[in-house]
Design a protein around this ligand. Structure first.
Ligand SMILES: NC(=O)c1ccc[n+]([C@@H]2O[C@H](COP(=O)([O-])OP(=O)(O)OC[C@H]3O[C@@H](n4cnc5c(N)ncnc54)[C@H](OP(=O)(O)O)[C@@H]3O)[C@@H](O)[C@H]2O)c1
Length: 200
């Protein structure tokens, strides 16, 4: 089992931590304000979720990033090289309170994100469901709730696909960041916020 860290402990970071912990997977959760500020959060999420620094979370074998789009450069600045480790881009290029789409220069948001994590194998996933659907039982409606993932490196996608299955979701590989990433990207893609369930 890979070690797992999360940068960002808001709605989505906490939802990912909860889904992992519920399935017996330990995770280090981090934010901008440091581990002490997460004491209540990790207490609520149970013993498998530990508060850590941003650097500790970023040192794990699989690193989820769930941070407001405009804060990503700060959240990812100055970290040691990723050296081929997997980074999951759970972000979307828009944020409260203005909800103005970010300027991406015609690229998929994950391609822009990848520039912030040099040396990482980036997989886009966990970005297209509302947090309450990430934390809900994936089999709660019968079948298995669908989670899409995309990326440019087959090994990294396979690892994230396996993790998605371990969490009880039905994973669907949508291809590259440029193609699949765009399909789940909010705004712009057709797939965000749909509660899709695979039966049979
Ligand atoms: N909410 C949704 O429905 C939803 C759905 C899918 C995808 N997303 C995407 O997921 C991402 C996170 O959204 P959210 O709703 O979880 O946001 P959120 O509730 O505002 O949480 C953002 C988190 O990012 C952390 N952060 C900010 N700057 C940081 C830094 N420099 N270093 C480390 N951590 C930092 C914040 O920590 P502090 O509080 O300590 O600053 C906070 O824990 C966004 O890109 C969003 O588009 C959101």
């Amino acid at each position: 089992m890979s070690t797992i860290g999360i940068i960002g402990a808001g709605n989505i970071g906490r939802a990912i931590a909860q889904a992992l912990a519920r399935n017996g997977i330990a995770v280090t959760l981090s934010n901008s304000r440091g581990p002490d500020s997460l004491a209540t959060t990790v207490a609520e999420l149970g013993p498998l979720v530990t508060a850590g620094t941003r650097e500790e979370a970023a040192s794990k074998e699989i690193v989820f990033v769930a941070v407001n789009w405009s804060k990503l450069p700060d959240a990812l600045a100055g970290l040691p090289p990723f050296g081929g480790r997997i980074v999951v881009d759970a972000n979307n290029p828009i944020e409260a309170p203005l909800f103005k789409p970010a300027e991406l220069g015609g690229r998929a948001s994950s391609e822009v994100f990848a520039d912030l994590v040099p040396g990482a194998r980036v997989v886009k996933a966990f970005n297209h469901l509302l947090p309450e659907l990430l934390t809900a039982d994936p089999a709660g409606e019968g079948g298995r709730r669908v989670l899409f993932y995309s990326g440019d490196e087959a090994g990294a996608k396979a690892a994230v696909g396996t993790l998605i299955e371990q969490l009880g979701f039905f994973g669907i590989d949508l291809g590259s960041l440029a193609i699949g990433g765009r399909l789940t990207q909010f705004p712009g893609g057709p797939l965000p916020a749909l509660n899709l369930v695979k039966f049979g």
